[in-house]
Design a protein. Sequence first.
Length: 249
Amino acid sequence: MAKRSSWLEYNWKLDGEDAYFGVELSFYRTAPDESHPLLVYFCCQTIDEKPLSAKDIRRAVALSRKCSRKIKVTPAGFVEMGSMRQYYFYTASKEEYDVLKAISVKEKKLLCRVGGKREPDWATYFQLLYPNEVKYQTVKNREQVEKLRSIGDNTDAARRINIHLSFRTEQQRLLFEESARRAGYAIGAPEFNSESELPNGVVVYRISTLKQDEIDAVTVRAIRLAQKLEGMLVYWDCNIVPRSVTKRY
């Protein structure tokens, strides 16, 4: 468990507050690991409780790497909020907990705390750290917006967002359309794909900028409405708005 092979970081909310997450995706294939049933968290916080600076974050990253070297266990992930970043490790024994505790006691630049519990089902990894469909959509949004920005799109400009979703049955699609309409989406034409397990598609529209919070809100809301009817968001697209143009829907 010492090698990091597939690390992902993303923004989400925790208890209604903005948070930043990191997670080792490769653990998903073999988790829970029966040989590592103990969850240990290593929390790094600023001494004055001010938000973490770039320097503080570099220090926290260095401490997490030190922890990994000492116990030969890669962190399952972290959560960062305001003045703290907390790393999560799944370990084999209490001895590894004691090693992390010793590292925390010696740290002078950040306030460090260590805690732990027995968690053989790796619930924290699956329920808190690993991104579900909704969380992962925000990652894909960020990547798509960056691509558009790189080719000259004015991502601060509002335009029509075309959101393509699919459902197993026509009845599910029709029920979704009604709930989407009530939620403020305009309904477009159906899109049938006979080769898909969810062949009954539809495109819905919403006016939005490509600012992270706004495009996330538009897509997350659509996903949640679709999930109630066993549907899924396939992709979204939009017209490019050149930076010299302030408005084009």
